[in-house]
Design a binder for this molecule. Structure first.
Ligand code: ATP
Ligand code: MG
Length: 723
């Protein structure tokens, strides 16, 4: 039974996991040891050897992209479609359940998903109603309070306020926010899970149905499940449904979002007797990269403890580069990417990782300057862009008038003369009568509570929405989108914006129409149980997709992403940037051991993404979040065994003083072109040396001229005068 080609490509521990007959199986192993591979093979094995129908398998992954990848790999292994299999993220799967059982879940059939920006807007509205001062009660904090309680499975009634005013107020905000969601038929991300958990709790016959249906549950990246996800799995598995989980305690990086490493530890107690398989051979990285990762993570206490080894070579050392500022750092990265390309690598083989999204801009600029196509993965997501959200809001309103978030977004976008005062009037009516804004607008118009001008434009806006609804009913999705966008006036509105920004926005809106067209052809790429390419299905797709992908270009691109979104992925060449105290580890983690250890796990995740070559960079001074600061190299660099590291600075002689006519001497103290020195150029005027590189006749200096901006000059021809 085990002789199939399925297990041929596995080592014995992996094969044991794939073919285990245990009802509770935990695969606990470090990065790159084949956990995800085991999960995929196990699904194929269940179908091929245990004759489970794809229909009876539920697999949970961490991103939509990972889900698509898993489906693809299973199809390749089985050479058969996996369409009816439930594979997705927790959110995606919970959403699917709620769509199918909206009635039992006490939701309107056309309930809307509220993304985090819409959610914040709604929270603010609720806080205004309660007359809470935003400076004392930051809405973001209230939003986090709501989400973290939902992640813990807690409704307002379950929260103990200890008679404390602070806690009491937040609970009130949560309660009113939830009421507003219920009235408008809106469901936020955390609610998806909580609601579907409650659905099972309250409808045992429905739970029993799914427990009969699913013959195996599989979960990847289990170390990052939060309490409600854990409870959700526990409820579905009950005593009867077999479950396989894979995870690595050293890669738990979402503690700040409620993930609980303890879930791995408590699994055996809560789910019943568990077979544990450990995988110890790493197939991803060179020995040097692996040693570096092991060296860093060894500084954490209280680990489950795993040994990773590889039969591969040491490979190249890890290259360490100290930029003198973030621009220099980015330039170094771009240069090394170009070198890689010259050596025949593909762009997509290379990834740039950073700790926070704000770091991407400078790196992006360096890529643009060097003409290197790049793709930001999970950063500025297509469906989260302002103009796209505006366009989607029109579509949402066509679909569902009671969608308050959509109403708020576009009632005066493009501006149609509805001032804050008029809107406040509408909000107040909505509040008093506990009705959606749309209905409140009707009342306000009826009672002529607005100025003639405002009343007129509100009435026109509402008539337009009604009319569009009638008009697009029989049309296909992309025609609907096209018509609604045209009528919205958004395109001329953005066209009139100054600069390139408006143009980019118009392009994006056009891209949205392409997206609907694509959706018509491919659907959500999901199972046959989907509802087809309706507007409603597309809007859900947009809301969920905003979670982790962006419009995929076919072009071969360098991959850029935060360390968090790199989890589970691998690249031949990795640049880990901004590895500095205060940035990574982040400032906030300095005083909290738990958070520091989470940062270290993040470093472990980053290092272990690299297969062949790893660059670690940091900048001595960095302008970020609008201010400039000096940063020491991160402690994580010191934790890497020194023999694994090689400093690029000395070896490649970059940003070091150089002699203009070739006579290079390492650290020549009185070399003429030193960083920071003031110089004068016959044509460009006065400037400051920002960088030097290269040797001999090719040596170049980078000078920032007060009048002419930044220039690269070949040192021997530059005729620079030292000031
Ligand atoms: P992470 O913890 O980062 O999610 P993982 O444990 O899920 O990693 P995989 O992504 O499944 O690891 O595997 C890492 C790499 O090693 C992949 O390229 C995979 O194809 C390869 N690999 C895993 N097992 C084997 C094997 N037995 N033979 C050859 N290659 C393997
Ligand atoms: Mg994995």
């Amino acid at each position: 039974m085990q002789n199939s080609s399925l297990v041929q490509s596995l080592n014995s521990a992996q094969a044991q996991a794939v073919t285990s007959e245990a009802d509770r199986l935990l695969v606990l192993a470090g990065a790159g040891s084949g956990k995800t591979r085991v999960l995929v093979h196990r699904i194929a094995w269940l179908i091929q050897e245990q004759h489970l129908s794809p229909h009876s398998i539920l697999a949970v992954t961490f991103t939509n992209k990972a889900a698509a990848e898993m489906r693809h790999r299973i199809e390749r292994l089985l050479r058969a479609p996996s369409g009816s299999m439930w594979v997705g993220t927790f959110h995606g799967l919970a959403h699917r359940l709620l769509r199918m059982h909206w009635e039992e879940a006490r939701l309107p059939q056309n309930f809307q998903i509220l993304d985090s920006e819409d959610q914040l807007r709604l929270v603010k509205r609720v806080m205004r109603q309660l007359e809470l001062d935003e400076s004392r009660w930051p809405p973001k904090q209230a939003q986090a309070f709501i989400n973290s309680n939902k992640d813990e499975g807690l409704r307002p009634d379950h929260i103990d306020d200890y008679g404390d005013l602070y806690q009491k107020t937040l609970v009130t905000v949560y309660r009113q926010y939830q009421e507003a969601c219920e009235r408008g038929g809106m469901v936020d991300f955390a609610e998806l899970l909580l609601r579907s958990h409650e659905l099972w709790l309250q409808q045992p016959q429905l739970l029993a149905h799914y427990q009969r249906r699913f013959r195996h549950i599989l979960v990847d990246e289990f170390q990052d499940t939060n309490r409600i996800q854990y409870a959700w799995l526990q409820m579905l598995a009950g005593n009867t449904v077999p479950i396989t989980i894979v995870g690595d305690d050293d890669q738990s990086i979402y503690g700040w979002r409620g993930a609980r490493i303890e879930n791995i530890r408590s699994f055996g107690d809560d789910f019943g007797r568990t077979e544990v398989v450990r995988l110890e051979q790493n197939y991803r990285s060179t020995a040097t990269i692996l040693n570096a990762a092991n060296g860093v993570i060894a500084n954490n206490r209280d680990r489950l403890g795993k040994q990773l080894w590889t039969s591969g070579d040491d490979g190249e050392p890890i290259f360490l580069y100290a930029g003198f500022n973030e621009v220099d750092e980015a330039r170094f990265v771009a240069e090394r990417i170009q070198q890689g390309l010259q050596q025949g690598m593909r762009r997509s083989d290379m990834a740039i990782l950073y700790r926070s999204n704000a770091q991407s801009r400078v790196l992006e600029e360096a890529m643009l300057r060097a003409g290197i196509p790049y793709r930001i993965y999970g950063g500025h997501r297509f469906f989260e862009r302002l103009e796209i959200k505006n366009a989607l809001a029109y579509l949402r309103l066509i679909q569902h008038r009671d969608d308050d978030a959509a109403f708020e977004r576009v009632v005066n976008t493009p501006p149609r003369g509805l001032g804050e005062k008029s809107l406040e009037r509408i909000r107040l009516t909505a509040r008093e009568l506990k009705i959606p804004l749309w209905q409140a607008s009707l009342m306000v118009l009826q009672h002529r509570e607005l100025s003639t001008k405002a009343g007129k434009s509100l009435a026109e806006f509402m008539a337009m929405v009604e009319q569009l609804d009638q008009e697009v009913r029989g049309l296909g999705l992309s025609e609907q989108a096209e018509r609604v966008i045209e009528a919205s006036g958004l395109i001329p509105y953005h066209q009139n914006e100054k600069g390139d920004r408006g143009e980019a926005r118009v392009e994006n809106i056009k891209e949205l129409i392409s997206a609907t067209r694509e959706f018509e052809i491919n659907g959500a790429g999901n199972s046959g149980e989907e509802t087809g390419a309706s507007l409603a299905a597309f809007l859900d797709h947009a809301a969920l997709e905003a979670g982790d992908t962006q419009a995929e270009a076919d072009e071969d691109c360098v991959q850029m992403m935060t360390l968090h979104s790199a989890k589970g992925l691998e690249f031949p060449v990795v640049f880990m940037t901004g590895v500095e105290e205060g940035l990574f580890p982040s400032m906030q983690s300095a005083e909290d051991l738990g958070r520091m250890e989470e940062e270290r796990r993040l470093a472990y995740v980053g290092i272990t993404r690299a297969m062949k070559k790893l660059f670690i960079t940091h900048a001595e001074s960095r302008r970020i979040y609008g201010s400039e600061a000096l940063h020491a190299p991160s402690r994580f660099i010191r934790e890497i065994p020194p023999h694994c590291l090689q400093e690029v600075r000395a070896a490649a002689k970059i940003t070091r003083p150089i002699a203009p006519s070739g006579g290079y001497r390492v650290q020549e103290p009185d070399a003429p072109y030193r960083l920071g020195r003031s110089v004068r150029h016959p044509k460009f005027g006065d400037g400051v040396i920002m960088g030097c590189e290269g040797l001999g006749p090719n040596a170049r200096v980078r000078v920032n001229f007060a009048g002419a901006g930044e220039k690269w000059l070949v040192a021997q021809y530059a005729r620079l005068e030292l000031l």
